[in-house]
Design a protein around this ligand. Structure first.
Ligand SMILES: Cc1cc2nc3c(=O)[nH]c(=O)nc-3n(C[C@H](O)[C@H](O)[C@H](O)COP(=O)(O)OP(=O)(O)OC[C@H]3O[C@@H](n4cnc5c(N)ncnc54)[C@H](O)[C@@H]3O)c2cc1C
Length: 441
């Protein structure tokens, strides 16, 4: 329901300019001209809403999940590109900077002056560059942080060029109602940028954290623990994540999303389970206890299901076990005795994190833990392969009401796709499956 509400709100905002144009009372032009203008109006509104979508607002991401929010951000951006690509080529009316005075509605010409032509062209090129470099980000020879800076600054320029072009060259946008709408939307976009890069770090200054410990706990996998410097525990739900920044100041582009692996009930210590993949995660071994840390969060919609769920199925791939560990730990700490089963996939045995703790947890009558390895050692007793129909069945078949359980999935996109397919094939309603992907694409 909240997701549907958000989608409706999105559609209202993005389609509102069309309604303005429709009710403006201006005489209609050839169909292709109207179509072209309509595409641009929708694209411009959608482009400005993108700033809000990527603004880490909990009202959005905690309802539909951060990965879904980011997927919408990507999908809408790609749709905007298609609309904007077509926009200049559909017009059938000739361009003339100063339409003749007798053409009072400028119907016979597109009133496009040099400046608005240039800003339109710059916005057109910049949009394509921004979206193409976002899609091909991994292939670029830049760090994630450099890309993010360029993406943000490019988007601000894009919004500026597009606004100038719309207000100066737009047939409908020069009308007071629509130009006010654009300025409000532009103001909201600017506010969401200010919030992420200025207000949110300023607020974080009031609640610094300190690194308590860093230790290697499995192959290329670390446990990092932080605690609030003022001792005031972070309020979060098991399953959520934060953006973590270790350094002297919260004003930094070096912040990475990590799920909290400790339980909210376990006091002020906040733990993370982190796999080495790039610049920051490979430097974990150099972080000293006592170092300053800052967090933006909690975010995310993964959480312990309500009492309606008779049981809980957890499926993890690699470090995707982090938020699910938080859930298992919280259930134990709060005495939640519902049946809970974890299917935990890894490549090798040495990658299994907290194996002993998981064995202890399994001693509880309501807890089942099953491991699956794609490269098992000789004599391995657990499942072999990946998270698929067979291993899912072997884990959950023993529970009569498993199709009425709620399932929480976390890990790389490929594993989540196979787990979702396996669960849906078993008859689990898709509404009972919640997932968190550790990469957005
Ligand atoms: C919601 C969420 C929860 C996550 N939880 C965990 C966890 O509990 N444990 C864990 O090991 N990993 C987790 N990750 C993945 C983790 O964020 C990346 O592995 C980490 O940021 C890589 O940083 P790096 O500097 O080492 O590598 P880089 O080489 O800089 O980045 C490698 C890839 O990580 C992603 N990434 C890097 N920085 C960011 C950022 N600021 N925002 C979004 N994505 C970024 C990008 O896809 C990038 O291509 C999570 C990711 C998400 C989206």
């Amino acid at each position: 329901m909240p997701a549907l509400f958000l989608l409706l709100a999105y559609l209202v905002v993005v389609l509102a300019p069309l309604a303005f144009a429709w009710t403006s009372g201006m005489p209609a032009r050839p169909f292709l001209d109207e179509l072209s203008t309509g595409l641009a109006l929708v694209a411009f509104a959608a482009m400005l809403v993108e700033f809000v979508l990527s603004g880490r607002f909990r009202a959005i991401s905690n309802r539909i999940g951060m990965d879904v929010t980011m997927r919408f951000h990507q999908l809408f951006a790609r749709s905007v590109v298609v609309l904007v690509l077509l926009h200049p080529f559909l017009y059938t009316t000739p361009i003339m900077a100063y339409p003749p005075p007798w053409d009072v509605t400028a119907q016979g010409f597109l009133g496009l002056e040099m400046e608005s032509l240039i800003t339109g062209l710059l916005a057109w090129i910049l949009l394509i560059v921004i979206v193409v470099t976002a899609i091909g980000r991994d292939a670029l020879p830049y760090s994630y942080e450099t890309w993010r800076l360029g993406h943000g600054m490019g988007s601000v320029l894009l919004a500026g060029f597009s606004t100038h072009h719309a207000l100066e060259a737009g047939r409908y946008s020069s009308h007071e109602a629509l130009s006010t709408f654009w300025l409000i939307l532009l103001g909201l976009s600017a506010a969401s940028l200010l919030y992420v890069y200025l207000v949110s770090p300023l607020l974080r200054l009031r609640s610094p954290y300190k690194v308590r410990s860093v230790r290697r706990i499995a192959e290329r996998t670390w446990e990092l623990a932080i605690a609030p410097a003022d001792g005031k525990p972070l309020s979060f739900e098991a399953g959520q994540f934060v953006w973590l920044n270790i350094g002297p100041s919260p004003f930094s582009l070096r912040e990475n999303p990590f799920s909290i692996s400790s339980a909210p009930a376990s006091g002020d210590r906040v733990e993370f389970l982190i796999k080495e993949v790039g610049d920051f995660t490979r430097s974990l071994g150099t972080i000293q206890p006592g170092a300053r840390a800052w967090i933006d969060g909690p975010h995310g919609s993964l959480a312990i299901p309500g009492p309606d769920a008779p049981g809980i199925g957890l499926i993890a791939g690699g470090v995707g076990v982090a938020p699910l560990l938080s859930i298992l730990r919280e259930m134990r700490a709060t005495g939640d005795r519902r049946p809970v089963a974890l299917l935990y996939g890894n490549r090798t045995e040495t990658q299994i994190a907290y194996r002993e703790e998981l064995e202890q947890l399994e001693a509880e009558p309501n807890v089942t833990v099953r491991h699956v390895l794609s490269e098992p050692p000789a004599g391995w007793q657990g499942f072999v392969g990946g998270v698929n129909t067979e291993t899912t069945a072997a884990t959950f078949d023993r529970f009569d009401d498993a199709n009425r359980w709620t399932y929480l999935l976390c890990g790389p996109p490929g594993m989540i796709d196979s787990a979702e397919t396996a669960l849906v094939e078993r008859g689990v309603p898709s509404g009972s499956i919640l997932s968190e992907r550790f990469v957005y694409d």
